[in-house]
Design a protein around this ligand. Structure first.
Ligand code: NDP
Ligand code: 8X3
Length: 252
């Protein structure tokens, strides 16, 4: 492959999908990952004409499926240069004493362990080639804790720590490790958190101008196109109306 390859998890929606588009515009070949195959197929048409594109269907919770999909990449797709660990969601918003075990499992298994399973398959190649960039999509929920955010915040605090650990361990190999931590972004995130309740999900983004997936993708694009000696180690991006996870200025 002449072009550098960017592998994006969670490319079927929101931030991941916008990253696929923006990185393709920057000339990257794209590997899009997710569970919804029809969306991964449809993504091809959203990329600039001629973008080399390959997709992998797997659930990040299934470590064998992750390994099998990445092992089965055609040879020309194996030298992944940029990994965007983006797949993830919140499940539920409940006080700790009322939380659902299934929701807790989902958040820890997807946001934390899934990120690790994918990284485990891709980082050794970067180390061998002494080249690569990793962007972990964290969250303001990885920097602060908000009421009822308990386990989601815990999963994103884990992503924050894992990102720092990756940066330490990969430092000798010239591999950049970056955390991009968004505040409120209007994607399918709240629809997933509230289990398909459209009205409740839409309410999260009413009364202010939330970030759009493209705003985050624009920052990802900026991050991966810096010169080799520059790394955006840890960046928070917020809608202007948001000052913290709990302070949001909504219009009357
Ligand atoms: P979306 O719900 O729009 O996208 C989530 C993506 O993750 C989808 O592509 C989905 O693909 C993928 N995904 C979820 N579960 C799995 C799984 N088990 N296996 C494989 N892929 C999975 O949300 P966002 O774009 O907003 O979220 C992307 C990332 O950004 C997440 O890590 C989220 O925590 C983070 N974030 C979001 C913020 C927001 O306010 N929206 C703010 C801060 C961080 P599929 O369902 O097809 O598998
Ligand atoms: C998503 C942002 O505030 O809904 O990570 O947790 S928040």
């Amino acid at each position: 492959m002449e072009k550098k390859i960017a592998c994006i998890t969670g490319a079927t929606s929101g931030i991941g999908r916008a990253c696929a588009r923006y990185l393709a515009e920057e000339g990257f070949a794209i590997i899009g990952c997710g569970r919804r195959k029809e969306r991964l197929e449809a993504l091809k048409a959203e990329l600039p004409e001629g973008t080399p594109y390959h997709f992998l269907v797997f659930d990040v919770r299934d470590r064998e499926a992750v390994a099998a999909a990445i092992d089965a990449l055609p040879e020309e797709w194996q030298s992944i240069y940029v990994l965007i660990n983006n797949a993830g969601n919140a499940h539920g918003l409940d006080p700790i004493q009322e939380g659902s075990l299934d929701d807790w499992d989902a958040m820890m298994d997807i946001n934390v362990k899934g990120l690790l399973y994918v990284s485990k398959k891709i980082l050794p190649g970067m180390v061998e080639r002494k080249a690569g960039q990793v962007i972990n999509i964290g969250s303001t929920a990885g920097k602060e804790v908000y009421p009822k955010g308990n386990v989601y915040c815990g999963s994103k605090h884990a992503v924050d720590a894992i990102t720092k650990g990756m940066r330490l361990d990969l430092n000798p190999y010239g591999i950049k490790v970056m955390a991009i931590n968004p505040g409120l972004v209007d994607t399918e995130f709240s629809l997933v958190r509230f289990k398909g309740d459209d009205d409740r999900a839409a309410g999260v983004y009413k009364g202010f101008d939330p970030l759009q997936a493209e705003d985050v993708a624009d920052l990802v694009r900026y991050a991966v196109t810096r010169p080799q000696h520059v790394v955006l180690a840890d960046v928070i991006i917020l809608p202007t109306a948001q000052a913290s996870t709990t302070l949001l200025h909504k219009k009357e």
